[in-house]
Ligand binder design. Structure first.
Ligand code: GDP
Length: 303
């Protein structure tokens, strides 16, 4: 399945290290946990999350009186899933979409992370689900962004609302809403500019875009998805912090998970940012986007 294929690099690295560790120690002791800690950190799980995980593992191992390291492997999977979801499995995954009427999804993120590709993939998925989709080319800043979105619009077979380069993004989004409404569309996906160099500008632009959306549809945007590149590791975490300060982020799309051996970043983002990962990108093709599911993810690593 898609998850397993997309996680090949992480699985090859992480799982083989865990297997080696289990073979090396056989009996559970301090050193076993110390080495496990290093493996988890090298997979980008994030220090805070690793500490929490190790602590819970140690408790569970004591509680169940587990001595054999092979058995600990199973507990690791269980705890990874538990740590991801916290107490609330249901609300963590689903997109907040309208049953009737237009859902507006704002897509934010730095250039190069895979924002345009993700919008194309999402448009394709919604269409496959029988929804009608409109795209708004709100990245009017980066040269070529509008054309690139156009290409993805064509691939997915959906309309793209656009103005010329350098024009006001809020005006494009406004037109996108009007077009989506008049066509009776189900979903409007709004691209935005991704320059991080100037946080004040980023914040101003996103605030203005949100205002336009809220004025037209008070409860919108229904989702603000931040696109992050998994191959950038801890840098992705720091981007998440910046965007969280600049605007309300309701979910993460983590791209290029297929391109990294350090897929543990999924857990770090969920845990340290407290933002759920709603989708993961597992390749460059239009179908290479999967709703994130921690059970499938962990199974993809160990199964
Ligand atoms: P943007 O600047 O954020 O809009 O980024 P693009 O959508 O243009 O993507 C940048 C590059 O990343 C392109 O070469 C994409 O094919 C590639 N890309 C995007 N998502 C994925 C993914 O999930 N996996 C892989 N391997 N590549 C991806």
């Amino acid at each position: 399945d898609k998850f397993k294929d997309g996680l090949t690099k992480t699985r090859d690295s992480f799982t083989s290290k865990v297997n080696d560790l289990v073979a090396k120690y056989r009996k559970v002791d301090e050193e076993f946990f110390e080495e496990l800690e290093e493996i988890l950190i090298s997979a980008d799980v994030g220090v805070e999350t690793v500490m929490k995980l190790i602590e819970e593992l140690e408790m569970e191992v004591k509680r169940r009186n587990i001595q054999d390291t092979e058995e600990v492997k199973e507990v690791i999977s269980e705890k990874l899933v538990e740590i991801y979801y916290g107490d609330d499995e249901e609300s963590v995954e689903a997109l907040n979409l309208q049953k009737d009427g237009l859902s507006v999804i704002l897509i934010v993120g730095v250039n190069g992370v895979g924002k345009t590709t993700t919008i194309g993939k999402l448009a394709h998925q919604f269409k496959q689900d029988g929804q009608s989709v409109v795209l708004a080319a709100g990245d009017t800043f980066r040269a070529g962004a509008i054309n690139q979105l156009d290409v993805w619009g064509e691939r997915a077979g959906v309309d793209v609302i656009k103005h010329s380069e350098g024009s006001d993004p809020a005006a494009v989004i406004y037109d996108g809403i009007q077009a989506a409404k008049s066509r009776g569309a189900d979903v409007l996906l709004c691209d935005t500019a991704g320059r991080l160099q100037n946080k004040v500008n980023l914040m101003k632009e996103l605030t203005k875009v949100r205002k336009v959306i809220e004025r037209e549809i008070p409860e919108a945007p229904h989702e603000t998805l931040l696109v992050l590149d998994a191959t950038t590791g801890q840098n992705a975490l720091s981007q998440a912090k910046t965007f969280k300060e600049a605007t309300d982020v309701s979910g993460i799309v983590l791209t290029k998970l297929d391109g990294t051996a350090r897929g543990g970043i999924v857990l770090a983002i969920r845990n340290e940012m407290n933002i759920p990962v709603k989708y993961v990108g597992l390749g460059e093709q239009i179908t290479d986007l999967q709703p994130f599911n921690a059970h499938q993810f962990v199974y993809g690593l160990f199964g």
